[in-house]
Design a protein around this ligand. Sequence first.
Ligand code: ADP
Length: 927
Amino acid sequence: MKRVAQLSIDNKLFWALFTPVFLVSLLSAFFLLSSRFNDLNKHLLERTEDITKLVATTSEYAIIFSDQNMMLSILQNALNNQDINSVQIFNHEKVIIAELGNPSDNDQPSLTEQSYIIEHDTHLDSVRPIYYTNNRLDEAFNTQTRLLDTPVQKDLIGWVKIDASTSVRQVEKYQYASLVLFILTIYNIIIIWGALRISQNLALPINKVSSSLNKLVMGQFSSVKLTRLPTEYSSIQADLLDLTERLEKHHEELTAGIEESTEDMRRSMDSMEEKGAQLLIANREAMESNRLKSQFLANISHEVRTPLNAILGYTKTLKKGITDPQNQLYIETIQQSTNNLLAIIGDILDFSKIEAGKLSLENGHFNLKKLVDEVYQTLSINLLSNNKDIDLIPDFQTDMPEWFIGDSTRVRQILNNLIGNAIKFTHQGSIRTKVSVIANGDKKINLSFQIIDTGIGIPEDKIDRLFKPFSQVDTSTTRQFGGTGLGLVITKKLVEQMNGTIDVSSTSGVGSTFRFTLTLKVSNKQQNQYAPLEKHVVLLEPSAAYRSYIDNYLQSIGVTCTPCSDLEQIISTIHKQHEKIDSILLSVMPDKQSIQEARELISYAYEQYQLPFIIMIQPSGQASHYDALKNLSSDILLKPISQDRLYNALENIHSTSPELVSSPAEISTEATQSSPNRLQGLKILAVDDSPINLQLLGHWLTPKNIEFSLAYSGKQAIEMATQEAYDLIFMDIQMPEMDGMETTKHIRALPSHKDTPIIALTAHALNSEQQQILSSGMNDYLTKPIDEDILLNTIETWHKNPSSLQDQIDQKMVDIFDLEKALAIVDGKEEIAKEMFDMLANSLDSEKKLIQHHLENHDTEKLIEVVHRIHGASKYTGTVSIARHAGFLETHLKELGLEDVEGVAEDFIESIEDLLSHRELIPWTLK
Ligand code: ADP
């Protein structure tokens, strides 16, 4: 069926015509051949039979009379026939008595009274008996007349055997067959020719119609119009023409339509291109104005911080000399207000950075427990200044890791904001910071934080406003509590940037709970392992919440505890348990009566049982209240209690006689006390265009016996550095004519100051500027306002270990970028290496976004494409860290797809960010 379907119409017609005729001719040929062959066979048999019969009859007398001559002449007669090979005559004893010719075989024939003919392959054997008839004449006569019926006597006197050849007959057959075949062939050739002609003639119009239809499909209308069909198909031709014309018209209309739409499209594409270009320009302008805005903010921040620096510095200095309480209050107010102003500037700067998408997170190892402790310590000052009685309670899930990798400054900022707010809006009760693990991944951990306060709460209908910029629940609170309304907005953005969420629940008058989650990497730093202390203490803590917090912590470090809430209870406990008590933990309130009671209790317990005390008091601002207690205790701890400090205090308990022992507890800072000796004789140059700032620095440094020189401009600084070798240089960044970075480059070029630590004094908080500062050859930077202690500590650090920060940066750079490799690839041609690097680095920001986009859409193929592209490029640009992480990511994607890809992708993106943030620090000689 399939074959037939594949045949063309003329082929089909041809076979339809030819096949029957061919079959008939075959049948006829077969019939002719078979009848002719039959005839020939029959003819040969008959002739052989006749000759046999003739020989048998004529040889009768020759046998009887043994007339050899006659026999031979009979035989010769017979042999003269074309087909006869041999003739033999046998006598009645079956012995050959006469023979002529060559018999085909010499076998003895079977000689019976019957005559027969046998056909062999190449010849016929015809045998016939010979009889002798006595009354031959009578017999003849009788047969003719049938008058007499005398008996006929027949005697068998011999046999005749004739061997006739079939070859002549065979040749005739071949000849005949050849003739028939020849005629058949000629006939069929004629038939084929005829059938072909007829089929072609018949199929021609159909083929023409079909090809015309094909041409119509291809739109070759003019050639279809030229098609001519035979006259009998004129109506089809007319229809075809009609169809062609209609289609042609339709086609023309369609083409015109398409052309029109294409033109429209081209025009709209042109306009889109134009719009795109306009957008690009607008975007560039927006970016530029954004950059200018950030720059402006940085400048403003600098401009505002510089005078604030002077105000704060001098306020601190003034405070030392003022004894009049009224004036001291004024000074404290100035200090507090300046600090508030600084915080507001910090908030605004953070907010604008977040808005501009410029806030980048740093990665470092930090101890979360310690961080919460520190936040509590810092913020507890606010408790004092506002005379609040609040317990600040850290509440960590047991067994959770302490060390993490992340941006500790920003985590601290989040906690500062939320705990700061909680303190601000709580008058009494407690503020609990609860930290627990939500999910523990392979490398990452999802943490939940809850800041639970017992403050004024937030009305339900106002909660929605909380995370919107510049919104405060009640504007009257601004007057009462201060603030810009930016804290929670910044907090939210920071939390989101660390892949977390934040929400709040609150009941007016009862308290608020701010919850947020953070995803942090777990650091491999060892936790502090605390050996169980195996001690017994008695605790006096009036606040139930704080009591239970301390009690829980003590249990976790192997200390058993009997908690008491008042004096009576503790005295009776001491009586009962004095033999097994190792120490008494005593919380003392700041009022005089409490202090007096504490003194009496300590004296009593010492006299009776020599029991050591550890005292827990409110922070150092009011430490003077507790002077009376200093000599009575083994240790004094400031509330909120740091767990490490409590552990150390318990570990080092010693019994002290209330009268004899001097204070073991140090509340002041030791660095400032010891520094004068170590810093004595140092030669320091300070460069700043503002005389007030220089004066302030001088004010702090001169008393430490530091040789302090001042330069009011970059130029002056270079001149001074040429003449004198300094141990350290402080450098302002923004100066007219020659800025700090430029000045540093010149000073660095001087042989005497190749390695001198140069420390920037800057108000610039933007990351990019910090990078620039370090890349200009400075070793470190201090952000204004500068604190006296920090200043002295910095001098000491750099004096002791002049290359620590630079070393760290260099070490980091080795991981990120390999300049030698980048140069080796281009035969040391720095220009080309830098160009290649810049090309890659300029594309990385958008490539990073693309990767994040494909990751979100789970588009593995496109992801591989981008990563592969970066991988390829990064191998030739010295960006070793990117190349390594791109390689990991590409292999991961190709082999495992998106399964567990997050960590690998994050590392890769981090390597891109690392490169971008350290780009300025690459030591190209060409800039
Ligand atoms: P601000 O810097 O003014 O405190 P925030 O964004 O931190 O700005 O807070 C916005 C407002 O949310 C606050 O003015 C206060 O009305 C409300 N608020 C924030 N935290 C608390 C809290 N713990 N208890 C009650 N009100 C709060």
